[in-house]
Design a protein around this ligand. Structure first.
Ligand code: SF4
Ligand code: ZN
Length: 419
């Protein structure tokens, strides 16, 4: 990886060395998003006359008006103009916000889109860091890293609680349009899948394989994004792979993918089954949106999300699960995932697919909404399948949810044993 040194006019140090830095709640001056307030980030392709290069605007309070320990909304809007820019590149550039913000000492960023969660540390505040400086970092990094496609950048940072509710509508419409472009593409329909090794700065042996039906587990890198990213930076973190000889069509194991995993994981992972979580599953880094875990008593799997802080029937909260299964190792019976992977026809097909899902937080059911119902119908489970899935209102241990599953005649109860 080439590291370019650019001069960024901010009072904190910027560099990849700070990427893995965590900022605990007690060390944060202010935090944004993460389920505590409205947040989003959006990169938009604009016309030349819509972008004033270098312009940074803060709509709402600056950091001096934010008391220590407070929570504010944050919208990060990056408008880009470039003669070679394409709409397909937006999602790729948007994912870079995560890395660029984390380069700042005293800045912490997780998740993406309208799940984004940011903390500014007390140390950064004391050095005089301002909300506006997020714009300085983004403009400098985007221009230095993508000179071939970006000619002008402007950044708008929204911290006003009324304005953000208006602006987030733009972002949500963009996210759905991007997701819609992927619909109809299947794993089989394309020759080439893509790897993603962006997270190796956090999890050195972690490799994601991104396919039309399997979004990267951060939820932010789709197959189209990976393809666009490879067009922008052919030697970058997203490399095309052809599957090669099929070793196991059911569990989803291919020769070339195994070879890629072996070299890509610094020779720690020899084989990966793409369609099961039970045997040699994909690795998990640390930034997955959701994680699934086997529930042996219920003969099914549960999912929980970063946003759901409560207990779950596997006996662990999201952060405990993330601590156990993250870091780029294979953990049979557990797997990190992007939220939308649940609605994919390739959701752990070798384990029984969506029919295996017996528990998830209410929040996730609501988030996926009609898409989850459509996925259940497509899988032949019926539109009422979602009502058969237990959530925290039914119970948070296996003994409590089993009678519910039996009463609802959840299909997992009568399926083949998972292990
Ligand atoms: Fe790439 Fe996977 Fe990290 Fe997402 S989680 S940035 S797809 S390596
Ligand atoms: Zn990651």
């Amino acid at each position: 990886i080439k590291i370019k040194i650019v001069d960024i006019p901010v009072p904190i140090t910027i560099g990849p060395a700070f990427e893995g830095e965590t900022i605990r709640k007690k060390d944060a001056h202010v935090e944004f998003g993460g389920g505590r307030s409205t947040s989003f980030e959006l990169v938009r392709m604009c016309e030349a006359d819509e972008v004033e290069d270098g312009k940074i605007q803060v709509i709402g309070p600056e950091i001096d008006e934010m008391p220590e320990g407070s929570v504010f909304p944050l919208g990060v809007m990056v408008d880009v103009y470039g003669r070679k820019m394409q709409e397909d590149f937006e999602g790729v550039l948007e994912r870079r916000i995560h890395y660029f913000v984390n380069y700042g000492e005293g800045l912490w960023h997780v998740a993406q889109r309208n799940m984004m969660w940011v903390r500014i540390g007390k140390n950064a505040k004391e050095l005089g860091f301002k909300i506006k400086d997020i714009g300085e970092i983004l403009i400098a990094k985007f221009k230095s890293d993508y000179p071939a496609i970006i000619d002008r950048v402007q950044v708008t940072l929204v911290t006003d609680k009324d304005v953000i509710e208006e602006k987030i509508k733009l972002a949500i419409a963009k996210y759905s349009a991007r997701d819609a472009r992927l619909k109809g593409l299947t794993d089989e329909a394309v020759e080439t899948w893509y790897t993603c090794t962006l997270c190796q700065s956090f999890a050195p042996n972690h490799v994601c394989i991104v396919t039309p039906e399997h979004v990267g587990l951060c939820g932010a890198v789709s197959w189209l994004d990976a393809k666009a990213s490879n067009e922008i930076t052919p030697t970058g973190p997203n490399q095309p792979v052809t599957k090669g000889d099929c070793i196991d069509p059911v569990k989803g194991q291919w020769q070339n993918l195994n070879e890629f995993f072996y070299s890509g994981s610094n020779r720690t992972i020899e084989k990966v089954n793409f369609y099961t979580m039970m045997e040699d599953p994909m690795t998990s880094c640390g930034c997955f949106e959701a994680i699934m875990a086997i529930l042996p008593l219920c003969n099914g799997v549960m999912l929980t999300t970063r946003e759901h802080t409560g207990d779950t029937p596997c006996g662990m909260t999201f952060s405990a699960l993330a601590g156990t299964c993250g870091g780029g190792v294979q953990t049979p019976g557990f797997m990190g995932m992007g939220r939308r992977y649940l609605c994919s026809a390739k959701f752990i097909p070798a384990d029984g697919g969506l029919a295996r899902v017996v528990w998830m937080p209410k929040e996730l059911k609501e988030f996926l909404g009609q898409d989850l119902i459509d996925a259940a119908v497509a899988a032949g489970l019926g539109a009422d399948f979602v009502d058969k899935i237990a959530d925290e209102t039914v119970g948070t241990d296996e003994e409590a949810i089993l009678p519910f599953l039996e009463e609802k005649q959840h299909p997992a109860i009568t399926m083949d044993p998972m292990m």
